[in-house]
Design a protein around this ligand. Sequence first.
Ligand SMILES: N[C@@H](CCC(=O)N[C@@H](CS)C(=O)NCC(=O)O)C(=O)O
Length: 126
Amino acid sequence: MVVKLFYAPGACSLASHICLIEGKAQFEAERVDLKTKITASGGDFRAVTAKGYVPALMLGSGEVVTENVAVLSYLAGELPALGLSGERPWRISRRKSTRASNLCSRAQIRKNNPELAPLSLIASGI
Ligand SMILES: N[C@@H](CCC(=O)N[C@@H](CS)C(=O)NCC(=O)O)C(=O)O
């Protein structure tokens, strides 16, 4: 799976970023300035998603998945190494991933939620 995550440091896209790393995905990540909506390579982020929100996950097909719950559910299903996509919905891993996804769908979780944002990753600037 080769995908591209559009993210902003410390934003709710961090959850997707963690999943890509821990799920051992092949991926690219492009930083977005949420104020200007310009990406690190100088692109117009609104051309990727008109909403201008991270996370946005561009698939190999060019399709762009937006909304935390959709992106995280997609990654849970595509990356077995995460161990988050149990067939039985009552599995603990499934409940945890659903809870985390829902929490991330709020705009203002940012850096002050240690459950979702390990300090080591925040410090590394993703
Ligand atoms: N409902 C969206 C919310 C995404 C969201 O609010 N992202 C924030 C960062 S945590 C953002 O990109 N804000 C940009 C802005 O407010 O212009 C989702 O769950 O993906």
